[in-house]
Design a protein. Structure first.
Length: 395
C-alpha cells in the first residue's frame, strides 16, 4: 500500500517511545520506507539500534554525528520525507516547534521539511492541559500541522486523564490518509449505508442475510480519508467503525429507512451499500415461539429506501445490485426505477465477488446508458473508484 513512500519518524523522550517499535513494524509491512531520527532524551528510553533493526535504515541521533555521507543529515531527512511523524510528541518538542526553535535533529528536520507533519502527543494530563501547551497546539494546527489527539486513561505516572499516546492503528491511519489521499471531498457530506438488516420473528429468532458490511465500511473509510464528513448507517457487523465517521447502528429495514430519511436531506452524496431485507415479519411474537407452534410466518414489504431517495433527490445517489442471473437486465431496471445516478452491480456467482469477501468484481450502469466493467480488486480500491465517479457528478 505504501510502497515508494518515505515516512520520517521523529522520536522524542517519553515513556511511550517503545510504541514507536510497533509503528515502524506496521509501516514496513505496508511497504513504506521508514527513517528515524531521535532526540537525546528519546535514546534514554529506546536505543537507536532497536529502531535501526526495525526500519533497516541508519538512525539519526544528532546534528553533529560523524559523517556517513556528504548529505547534511537533517536536510536529507527533510527532503526524503513524504510525511513526517513526531511520536511521542512531548510538551517540550511541541513548544519548540511552535516557537521555531531548531536545536536538535528532530526539530531541525521539522523546520527543514516541506512534507506534511503529523504530531502524536503523549504526556502527563496536567502538562497536556496546561494553557501554554494548548496554545502551542492550536497555533500549530492553524499552521497546517496535523495532530492525532491522545487518549484518556491511566498514565505511566499513575495519574488518570487525557495524555496517553493515541492507538497505534489511529496513528497509522493518519499517516495513510496524508500519504495516499487527496482531500477532494473536503467539506462534502456523504451518507453511506452498510451491512445487513435484521427482521424480528420473536425474542430469539430473526431473518437476515449474509452481508458482512465490508463494502460499505470501505466506502466510509475512504470517503473520510478524502476529507468528507461521513455518516455511516450500519446493520450489525463484526467490523470496527472507521475513525472520523459518525456511525449509527440499526437493526431493521424500517429503522434504517428512518435514519436515512433523517440525514439524507443534508447530503451531497448518498451511497446505498447495505443489503436491506425486502420483507419484515407481520406476526411477530413476544417471548420464544415453541417449534411445534410455528405454522406460518407472514411477511410484508419493507419500505424501499433507494426508491424513496430517488423520488426527490438533490444529491448524487448511488445504489448497489447483487444478482445471480440476468445481471444487466435487472440492474438497468433497478437504475431506472429507483432514479439512481449509477448502480454498482455484481454477480454473486463470480469467485471473489459479493458477500464476505475482501474483493469484488463489478459492472457499473450509468443513467446515460454507459456501462463499465471493473476487474477484480480490493473493496477498498473499489470504494475509491465509486467515490471518483460520484465526485465527478458533483462538478
Amino acid at each position: 500500500m505504501l510502497k515508494g513512500k518515505t515516512v520520517v519518524i521523529g522520536v522524542c523522550g517519553g515513556i511511550a517511545a517503545y510504541k514507536v517499535c510497533e509503528i515502524i513494524s506496521k509501516l514496513k509491512k505496508l511497504g513504506a520506507n521508514v527513517r528515524v531520527c531521535m532526540t537525546d532524551a528519546a535514546q534514554k528510553f529506546v536505543t537507536p539500534l532497536t529502531f535501526q533493526s526495525l526500519s533497516q535504515n541508519a538512525v539519526a541521533t544528532g546534528m553533529f554525528d560523524p559523517v556517513k555521507s556528504w548529505d547534511i543529515e537533517h536536510i536529507s531527512l527533510a527532503k526524503a520525507a513524504d510525511v513526517m511523524l513526531i511520536v511521542p510528541a512531548t510538551a517540550n518538542i511541541i513548544g519548540k516547534i511552535s516557537a521555531g526553535i531548531a536545536d536538535n535533529i528532530v526539530t531541525t528536520t521539522v523546520m527543514a521539511t516541506k512534507a506534511k507533519v503529523i504530531i502524536a502527543p503523549a504526556m502527563n494530563t496536567q502538562m497536556y492541559e496546561n494553557p501554554i501547551t494548548t496554545e502551542n497546539i492550536e497555533r500549530l494546527k492553524k499552521l497546517g500541522y496535523v495532530f492525532v489527539d491522545p487518549e484518556g486513561g491511566r498514565l505511566a505516572c499513575g495519574d488518570v486523564g487525557k495524555g496517553k499516546l493515541a492507538d497505534v492503528d489511529d496513528i497509522i491511519e493518519e499517516v495513510i490518509t496524508h500519504l495516499l489521499y487527496e482531500k477532494d471531498l473536503a467539506g462534502k457530506n456523504v451518507l453511506i449505508t452498510a451491512g445487513p438488516t435484521m427482521e424480528r420473528i420473536d425474542d430469539i429468532r430473526y431473518i437476515t442475510n449474509h452481508s458482512s458490511g465490508k463494502m460499505g465500511y470501505a466506502l466510509a473509510r475512504v470517503a473520510a480519508r478524502r476529507g468528507a464528513n461521513v455518516t455511516l448507517i450500519s446493520g450489525k457487523v463484526c467490523i470496527t467503525p472507521p475513525k472520523k465517521v459518525n456511525t449509527i447502528y440499526i437493526q431493521s429495514a424500517k429503522q434504517m429507512h428512518g435514519e436515512v430519511m433523517k440525514y439524507s436531506k443534508d447530503m451531497d452524496i448518498v451511497i446505498k451499500a447495505a443489503a436491506v431485507g425486502d420483507f419484515y415479519v407481520k406476526n411477530q411474537a413476544d417471548g420464544k415461539i415453541k417449534k411445534d407452534k410455528i405454522n406460518t410466518i407472514e411477511l410484508e414489504k419493507n419500505p424501499d429506501i433507494l426508491q424513496t431517495l430517488g423520488q426527490n433527490k438533490n444529491f448524487v445517489l448511488v445504489g448497489f445490485s447483487m444478482e445471480t442471473e440476468k445481471l444487466s437486465l435487472y440492474s438497468v431496471e433497478k437504475l431506472k426505477k429507483k432514479n439512481a445516478d449509477f448502480i454498482v452491480a455484481n454477480d454473486l456467482t463470480h469467485e471473489g465477488a459479493g458477500f464476505g469477501t475482501d474483493t469484488n468484481i463489478v459492472r457499473i450502469f450509468h443513467q446515460n446508458g454507459e456501462t463499465e466493467d471493473l476487474p477484480l480488486m480490493s473493496k477498498e480500491k473499489l470504494a475509491g473508484e465509486i467515490l471518483d465517479r460520484a465526485a465527478r457528478l458533483l462538478k
